[in-house]
Design a protein around this ligand. Structure first.
Ligand SMILES: [Zn+2]
Length: 424
């Protein structure tokens, strides 16, 4: 017998940018059957009722960039040498934190992400829909390496990276990832500023290497996501045919035009750059930085990154939310996803667009938009009830304002079911 739930809410944001006041949504066995203004949707008589009053119903959040590596420490060496089994356990806790913040779908770059996907898909654990990349590809001495440890230890035990150099090794590595069940391939096309000779502005794979990764992945119809923090690397990635640019904090008009024309999605991970991060990890000086507003180089760099994001947005590049959570200490899981949405709005993006970036655009980036990302008939009932109106105040999209969280048939939070009042 099918289970029917009728959701009634003051406001429903459908994830495509539309808002429906006084909305009704009918869910049958975890799938949305109908959505519309009250009265326009037939309500089956035997349905369970979820009354969200004047609160907001919206799709579950999609985080396009997580690392469920289970690292207990943000230390670059510790996260490789610590016990893999402990990390496996902690990765489940990191996934739980995402769930508690309303994240119902993720794209994850880590070894444990592949195992979590298996556990969730086989019903051993509750969890988000996981598009699993497995370990990302880093060059030797790149961002996914730990330069003070033996290389074979990285290959065995780095929580979210493996090393590969040159087209042939990259070909083999993509095939190994296929064998592990990867749904997408992550590459570090530039450095990321953790080690010597590993600056954000240093390109780490050349055009030929990038083309090999994209071509190999395309043979099994999986997309490539590229960490690209310099203009030259972003351009080579775009010419090679990557599907999404991660960070991409140095783009020009030609990049933006290629992104719009080819449907390449920008996952800017803004909160990393505009939060306290730079104060701790000073960025490399970029060309022309002195022309940006701000008193210090760090302020100027933050303004440069913000302007780069705004230029992407105004050029019509599709933007999606990614937190880059890799440690509960520096980039807490779930909280950073929400903070990314807030930061986008605080950088000038309209609230309605930020909600789409956190939902439907994420589903497009992950190529699961036929399954989730918006509240439309036929898609999974992945949705939240928020006590507030995120279109009016984006910060009402907060963990302590979540009243109901559902992923299809999994009900993660229900504070709407009326409690019996105590007898006096
Ligand atoms: Zn990352």
């Amino acid at each position: 017998m099918s289970k029917i739930t009728v959701v009634q809410a003051g406001r429903l944001l459908d994830g495509t940018g539309q808002a429906i006041d006084d909305a009704t949504m009918v869910v049958r066995d975890g799938t949305i059957e109908a959505v519309g203004p009250r009265g326009s949707v037939a309500v089956p008589p035997d349905a369970e009722r979820v009354d969200a009053g004047d609160m907001t119903v919206m799709p579950g959040l999609i985080d396009c960039h997580t690392h469920l590596g289970g690292a207990s420490s943000p230390n670059y060496t510790t996260w490789v040498v610590e016990d893999d089994l402990r990390q496996a356990i902690l990765s489940g806790q990191q996934m739980r934190a995402l769930m508690e913040h309303g994240v119902t779908t993720i794209r994850d770059i880590s070894r444990n992400g592949l195992r979590l996907k298996w556990a969730v898909n086989n019903g051993h654990m509750e969890g988000p829909r996981i598009v699993a990349c497995g370990p990302g590809l880093s060059r030797t001495g790149g961002h996914g390496d730990a330069h003070n440890l033996p290389c074979d230890m990285i290959q065995r035990s780095h929580p979210w990276a493996m090393l590969a150099d040159g087209p042939e090794e990259l070909r083999k590595s993509v095939r190994l990832l296929n064998r592990m069940g990867a749904d997408a391939v992550k590459i570090w096309a530039t450095g990321g500023g953790m080690w010597d000779k590993e600056l954000e502005t240093d390109q780490h794979y050349d055009f030929e290497e990038l083309c090999m990764v994209v071509r190999e992945a395309a043979m099994v119809k999986i997309p490539v996501l590229a960490h690209a923090e310099s203009l030259a690397a972003a351009k080579d990635c775009l010419r090679a045919g990557v599907a999404t640019l991660e960070h991409g904090e140095e783009l020009d008009d030609e990049c933006r035009r290629m992104m719009v024309e080819n449907g390449v999605i920008h996952v800017p991970t803004l909160q990393l750059f505009l939060g306290p991060w730079f104060d701790e990890y000073p960025p490399p000086p970029r060309e022309g930085l002195e022309n940006y507003r701000g008193d210090t180089m760090v302020e100027k760099e933050k303004n440069r990154v913000a302007d780069n994001f705004t230029a992407s947005r105004l050029a019509g590049v599709t933007i999606a939310v990614g937190s880059d959570s890799f440690s509960s200490i520096d980039v807490p899981y779930g909280a950073s996803t929400l903070s990314e949405v807030h930061t986008m709005v605080e950088t000038g993006m309209p609230e309605s667009d930020a909600i789409v970036a956190a939902t439907l655009n994420g589903a497009k980036a992950l190529r699961v938009d036929h399954l989730t990302g918006s509240l439309e008939a036929g898609k999974a009932a992945d949705f939240l009830v928020v006590d507030g109106d995120p279109l009016d105040d984006i910060r009402s999209l907060a963990q302590d304002r979540l009243r109901y969280v559902r992923r299809g048939e999994q009900l993660w939070l229900d504070e709407l079911t009326p409690h019996r009042s105590p007898t006096r």
